[in-house]
Design a protein around this ligand. Structure first.
Ligand SMILES: Nc1ncnc2c1ncn2[C@@H]1O[C@H](COP(=O)(O)OP(=O)(O)OP(=O)(O)O)[C@@H](O)[C@H]1O
Ligand SMILES: [Mg+2]
Length: 326
């Protein structure tokens, strides 16, 4: 079952008049996608790709310029109130009042959701335990470390027990240990049945955490799928193969390799071929047998697994590592 379905969602911002000129920014240019109930869905893309804008539209904070969406079963245009009851949203900057403690922040948020004092207290206590905030819960939030602050932000997004939680860059700026800790919290949420839709510009985060992901660039989705299918289908494994060449062996090897159905693409490097293949672990022995059968001597061989950066590179011609201001 899909918990989010969008159809050709667009957002155009009119920015302030600049020397009499009105600037239009097309932040989101026709996003159509589905998110399944119960999954961790990652939204990966460089700065300015349109991730936050999409998230804000889906969480009813921003009106789309055009297009439709269904979120938790309700229509984005006509049933925004219903959607708000069922979702949680944690912004890129976080929503905690830093001049209050975690307890005060959580109590206030719970009461904003209409809980009476007693229920608010119960929910606050539950979240403090769940996210291990106890050792600092009564201190002012401005004294928290980055990781502690982000855990409070996460707790605030969970106050109403949402079916769907939107997290905008939940781990940006955190040290590796705090990031790993937050990933655990996100996985626990999935185990408890919550669907999590998170944005990130960390490749490793999208790779290990997301069940499925969409890669966004310049306002459009350039690839969508599980991390593994994207890597296999779009990028493919890369076999590097060197052949001892004296009298035309290289040309011979090139033409034999090019004729194999499992070789998707072949590049002739200075001292080795780069072969893009599917299922490298099966293909590699076949390649070696082929070379042997042709009497060609191999002097170099390696197999490299693609990364999500290779997927991004394939789809956009640029590297996400270079594009993102990490
Ligand atoms: N209120 C606004 N008015 C004008 N332009 C805007 C507005 N909000 C966003 N934009 C522009 O829309 C584009 C997409 O921005 P968005 O914040 O969605 O990107 P993002 O993918 O979340 O990037 P980041 O990784 O830096 O958070 C950018 O070019 C941004 O400058
Ligand atoms: Mg953003």
């Amino acid at each position: 079952m899909n918990i989010i379905e969008t159809h050709d969602l667009r957002k155009r911002f009119k920015s302030r008049e600049d020397k009499g000129k009105r600037q239009l920014v097309e932040a989101v240019k026709g996003v159509s996608m589905n998110v399944e109930k119960g999954e961790i869905f990652g939204f990966l893309g460089p700065n300015g790709a349109g991730k936050t804008t999409t998230l804000r539209m889906l969480s009813t904070l921003l009106q789309p310029t055009s297009g439709d969406a269904k979120v938790v079963g309700y229509d984005l245009h006509s049933q925004a109130d219903k959607i708000r009851e069922k979702i949680g949203y944690v912004s890129q900057a976080g929503g905690a009042d830093t001049h209050s403690s975690a307890v005060e922040n959580l109590m206030l948020q719970a009461q904003l959701y209409g809980m009476d004092k007693q229920s608010a207290k119960k929910r606050t206590e539950e979240l403090i335990v769940a996210l291990q905030l106890d050792s600092f819960a009564k201190r002012l939030a401005k004294t928290y470390s980055g990781g502690q602050k982000r855990r409070l932000d996460l707790a605030l997004g969970m106050v109403n027990n949402p079916d769907l939680l939107f997290l905008d860059e939940p781990t940006t700026g955190l040290d590796p240990q705090s990031r790993a800790h937050l990933w655990e919290e996100v996985r626990k949420l999935r185990e408890s049945g919550t669907t999590v839709f998170l944005t990130t510009h960390y490749l490793d985060e999208a790779d290990v955490l997301a069940d499925r992901l969409a890669i966004m660039d310049g306002g459009t989705i350039v690839a969508e799928g599980t991390p593994n299918t994207l890597k296999q289908q779009i990028a493919g494994d890369v076999v590097t193969l060197g052949v001892v060449a004296q009298n035309g062996e290289k040309e011979h090897a090139f033409s034999v390799l090019r004729g194999q159905s499992y070789v998707r693409e072949i590049h002739d490097g200075t001292d080795a071929f780069q072969l893009y293949v599917e299922r490298g672990e099966e293909t590699l022995p076949a390649i070696l047998r082929l070379m042997d059968g042709e009497g060609l001597k191999v002097n170099k061989v390696s197999l490299a697994r693609p990364t999500l950066d290779d997927v991004f590179l394939r789809q956009t011609g640029r590297s996400l590592r270079e594009t993102s201001a990490n």
